[in-house]
Design a protein around this ligand. Structure first.
Ligand SMILES: Cc1cc2nc3c(=O)[nH]c(=O)nc-3n(C[C@H](O)[C@H](O)[C@H](O)COP(=O)(O)OP(=O)(O)OC[C@H]3O[C@@H](n4cnc5c(N)ncnc54)[C@H](O)[C@@H]3O)c2cc1C
Length: 416
């Protein structure tokens, strides 16, 4: 008889682990605390499921903010082509969009979930939904099973695949951190990541909907540079979003905890036009002013920003937006260009776990063997997916990491 494997969590990592272990002949049970599996998978890519990304393995690895190197063995064992092939076997076809993101042709995340459930069902994986794991049962540093809301279950091996703490309504509410910590694992401080940022300056709200595609951001804490990012920026009714903001957000603390870190002075210094030099900007404006001498300055400067943004920038630079274009001085134009290239905004917080696409931090990778996903502290205990200290960029990197680590953990846990 094969070994008895228990997997906690029926998300992408748990389902992939179950399939992989059952392929090796293990008897697999998944405990899922929500009434049905894969709730978060269903909302990925706005319901379209951006399952993976184009690019070679090295460039792929570089898109992880934490855990990139750790993922090499998991990717060597099971990478994008393997994932797409397994899905192909279930009748799913894929398309790669111009930005390298890979989606099912149907644009339905539901198809991906259905495929994994079908793969698991064919191998008699037992999925028990609506029952949460509460704690691990361990004897002499060897896993013996788990306690659930409905009693204890014995097992030869256990995989924790409970995800992070973001979008708690989908079931991922940080339980795995507590279970792992209780048996001695170090937890790198979890915090919302790939999350929009709220800004103190209220005038920003007027700019809702405006996006700029060539910006450079610097994040500072009490004046000290913490991180930098480039790319698209989006103004929203609460502050800022867009790819560059989402990427930089993992460097912010969990503001809901109101710790000392959250009381610090967090600021963003933004160059709104990183594709233009100071002189280029001045020359662009001079050309516009020459053609629109009699108009107000806010109406004359029609590029590179929409007038609502120009209006706010003029005010920040101490220039009355209603003065005649012809009346603006060289010093004022210079000042305006400086303002656009050094806009300083005060961070209030983030939109928190409710809107974070992933959780940065998690179970320390130092205590997990990357070749097997097994705990270095407890025999027979394995990890898969976002519960570990792994977080990647938007674009399919987080799902690929969940599937690849799941398959590797399942393969090795089946042998216990
Ligand atoms: C809105 C949104 C869109 C996203 N879009 C994309 C995308 O397009 N591409 C991409 O690569 N990534 C995307 N992500 C990230 C991606 O969804 C996650 O990284 C991925 O789902 C992690 O998989 P996982 O299996 O580790 O965890 P999860 O998907 O979080 O699954 C964990 C499972 O464990 C269960 N569980 C938790 N605690 C217990 C317990 N105590 N007992 C039993 N069960 C438990 C949960 O209910 C859940 O079903 C998105 C995330 C969000 C929030």
């Amino acid at each position: 008889m094969g070994s008895r494997l228990l997997i906690i969590g029926a998300g992408p990592a748990g389902l992939a682990a179950a399939w992989s272990a059952a392929m090796q002949g293990a008897g697999v049970t998944i405990i899922e605390k929500m009434p049905s599996p894969g709730r978060k998978l269903l909302i990925t890519g706005a319901g379209r499921c951006n399952i993976s990304a184009a690019g070679d393995e090295d460039s792929f690895i570089r898109r992880y903010f934490s855990g990139g190197r750790f993922l090499y063995p998991a990717f060597t064992n099971f990478f994008r082509e393997d994932l797409l092939e397994i899905m192909n076997s279930q009748g799913i076809r894929f398309k790669t969009e111009s930005n390298g993101k890979i989606f099912p042709v149907s644009d339905q995340a539901e198809d991906i979930l259905r495929a994994w459930l079908s793969l698991c069902a064919k191998l008699n994986v037992n999925i028990i939904s609506g029952n949460g794991a509460i704690k691990l049962l361990i004897d002499d540093n060897k896993i013996r099973g788990i306690s659930t809301r409905n009693g204890d279950i014995e097992a030869d091996a256990v995989i924790i695949a409970t995800g992070g703490a973001s979008w708690p309504g989908t079931g991922s509410s940080g339980d795995g951190y507590k279970m792992a910590a209780a048996c001695g694992h170090t937890i790198i401080k979890p915090r919302p990541a790939l999350v929009p940022v709220t800004i103190k300056q209220k005038w920003l709200r007027e700019l809702q909907g405006i996006s700029l595609d060539q910006t450079h951001l610097q994040l500072t804490k009490n004046g000290k540079r913490i991180a930098a990012e480039s790319g698209e920026l989006l103004f929203t009714h609460f502050g800022l979003s867009g790819p560059a903001i989402l990427r930089i957000s993992r460097n912010l603390p969990d503001f809901s905890l109101q710790l000392q870190d959250t009381q610090a002075n967090w600021q963003l210094k933004i160059n709104l036009v990183s594709d233009k030099k100071h002189e280029d900007l001045i020359n662009l404006w001079r050309g516009q002013i020459a053609k629109n001498q009699g108009r107000t300055i806010v109406n004359a400067l029609s590029r590179p920003f929409p007038s609502k943004l120009t209006n706010e920038l003029l005010k920040l630079a101490g220039i009355d937006p209603t003065i005649r274009a012809a009346d603006i001085s060289n010093a004022q134009l210079d000042n305006l260009a400086m303002t656009c290239r050094n806009l300083i905004l005060d961070i209030e917080g983030t939109r928190g776990y409710r809107e974070a696409m992933v959780t940065a931090g998690g179970i320390s990778l130092k205590e997990i063997d990357p070749r097997t996903m097994q705990s270095k502290l407890v025999r027979g205990l394995y990890f898969a997916g976002e519960v570990m200290d792994i977080d990647g960029d938007t674009g399919g990197y987080n799902l690929q990491a969940a599937f690849s680590t799941g398959v590797l953990a399942g393969r090795h846990a089946a042998a216990d």
